[in-house]
Design a binder for this molecule. Structure first.
Ligand SMILES: NC(=O)C1=CN([C@@H]2O[C@H](COP(=O)(O)OP(=O)(O)OC[C@H]3O[C@@H](n4cnc5c(N)ncnc54)[C@H](O)[C@@H]3O)[C@@H](O)[C@H]2O)[C@@H](O)CC1
Ligand SMILES: [K+]
Length: 482
């Protein structure tokens, strides 16, 4: 099963892997033609009803594969209104090949010439709201035609994620009632409930486009242009004690990954130094030189005003500090990224919090997890351990593994230069900022992807001499989804 959003991400990842969308469209159109050949004898009349998006584009391709049939390609709209370049190119290819094409702009001019097969390629996953004209009339005609109706990807006017007619809240939903659906790459959640035979066509999307993070994973994280301060995330970093650099790295990384406000709660002895790293941080002092159980009430108060807590950078491994982490997590019920010395406490704690744990492999073993050399084996182990502890895991390595106990994603951005100290703190901050605006699994996957990209950009300039702060300034560029 794949949702519409995830499909768009995988599609973009495939393009980044060298399989561009036009190539996918060629395979999609070929699969549609195959379906027509399976249900109709050569010579049968086939009417292709095509929209102006890529759903229509699939049918332009299909027409080229149906030379043994009596084919009419009917475009709903003017050729100039075809929305995408790849669909336009495939339309032009039909025209230059002298295939029978027609355009309809007015619903009143629509009539079907008693076809044996109707191919519904009006709208796919790009549909919004109830069907408009002329698609609305065309859907009615197709439903009343008595022809076998083959829908491309999803019947027009159906939401692929829910199976419900789009715009059904308005109470006037019209959609294509397909006999068969040829959907691409994977089953869609909404198709199972339809009264149609569904074929899933492999269109050549490489498995790696789904398995590994890629630029598509960033889609939809770009912010709402009308948002105001605070809406794009408030993050509290709880850290510091024996180390001062770590909480500052996490906090500055969260800012560069897009968080609006980042606060640091740290022992008073390090507060001045942490503040000294950056005027952009809001620093809250806790008494003494280490995190201790006595700080829990105050830390919970501070945490309550934020979307996400990043817990652990630079806290050290003193007993009192472990007690603090234990007590904090047993009472905190929000979202937190847990890193470094705070990790060990997680498996033994009973918490309502939603955690994203970011261990390297040594820390994973310290938590009671297992690791393996082979990435597939490691992925399976991470998945079952995430399931066991009930939290999201991001296990760092040459290939990073992210799992929420169900889904697994691997990441291969990054380079050996990133074994330098502090890059883990940068990662924790980036994941924290993302966890304020998206779900934990995606925050971890995108965080590790952009952190690695920033590391690769830093290595281009500094080679293995790169340092953690080099990554921070490169995060905004890494976050761009184009
Ligand atoms: N990886 C993928 O996602 C692939 C997608 N492909 C095809 O591309 C399709 C998605 O293409 P698009 O994103 O271009 O979207 P669509 O082709 O589904 O339609 C988009 C356009 O239809 C119009 N429209 C939207 N709602 C409407 C309504 N209610 N009434 C009338 N017109 C409406 C709008 O102008 C919109 O831009 C998929 O369903 C599939 O068929 C394939 O070509 C191959 C790979
Ligand atoms: K369709």
């Amino acid at each position: 099963m794949i949702t519409t959003d995830r499909m768009a991400a995988v599609d973009a990842n495939a393009a980044a892997l060298g399989v561009p969308r036009k190539q996918l469209m060629e395979s999609s159109g070929n699969a549609v033609a195959r379906e027509v050949r399976a249900i109709a004898e050569p010579g049968a009349s086939v009417e292709l009803l095509c929209g102006r998006g890529n759903n229509g584009g699939d049918a332009f391709v299909a027409a080229r594969f149906l030379s043994a049939y009596d084919v009419t390609v009917r475009l709903l709209g003017r050729p100039a209104s075809i929305r995408t370049e790849i669909a336009r190119e495939n339309w032009a290819a039909l025209r230059s090949a002298d295939l029978s094409t027609a355009t309809v702009t007015d619903a009143a001019d629509l009539a079907l010439d008693d076809p044996d097969v109707v191919v519904d390629a009006m709208l796919g996953t790009g549909v919004t709201g109830a069907l408009r004209e002329p698609e609305r009339t065309a859907a009615r005609l197709a439903n009343e035609s008595g022809a076998a109706v083959v829908a491309v990807d999803v019947p027009s006017g159906i939401d692929a994620d829910t199976g419900e007619p789009t715009g059904s809240e308005a109470g006037d939903a019209v959609c294509v009632e397909a006999d068969r659906v040829v959907t691409f790459h994977d089953e869609k959640p909404g198709l199972g409930s339809l009264d149609a035979a569904v074929t899933v066509a492999d269109i050549g999307i490489p498995a790696a486009a789904e398995r590994f993070t890629g630029p598509g994973d960033l889609l939809g994280i770009a912010r709402d242009p009308t948002s105001h301060k605070g809406e794009n995330g408030e993050v509290l970093v709880i850290g510091g004690g024996p180390y001062t650099g770590a909480p500052s790295l996490s906090a500055r990384s969260a800012l560069r990954t897009g968080a609006d406000l980042v606060r640091v709660a740290c022992p008073e002895t390090v507060a001045e130094t942490v503040q000294g790293y950056s005027a952009d941080l809001i620093v809250r002092e806790l008494s003494g030189d280490r995190l201790r159980p006595a700080h829990v009430d105050r830390a919970l108060d501070l945490a309550a005003g934020n979307d996400v807590v990043v817990l652990g950078p630079g806290i050290g491994d003193g007993d009192e500090t472990h007690q603090f982490v234990r007590a904090f997590l047993s009472r905190y019920d929000g979202r937190a990224v847990v890193d470094a010395d705070a990790l060990r406490v997680v498996p033994e704690i009973d918490t309502d919090a939603e955690l994203i744990c970011t261990p390297h492999q040594g820390e994973l073993v310290g938590m009671g997890g297992e690791t393996a050399g082979d990435p597939d084996e490691r992925a399976a182990l991470v998945r079952s351990f995430a399931d066991e502890i009930g939290h999201t895991l991001l296990v760092k390595g040459a290939t990073d593994v992210v799992s929420d106990g169900e889904a697994v994603r691997l990441n291969r951005t990054g380079n050996p230069g990133m074994t330098v100290g502090g890059t883990g703190d940068v990662l924790a901050g980036a994941v924290g900022a993302l966890a304020a605006v998206t779900d934990p699994f995606r925050a971890a996957a995108v965080g590790v992807y952009v952190n690695g990209l920033a590391g690769d950009a830093a290595a281009d300039d500094a080679g293995y001499g790169l340092v953690a702060t080099d990554l921070i300034d490169r995060l905004p560029e890494a976050m761009r989804d184009e």
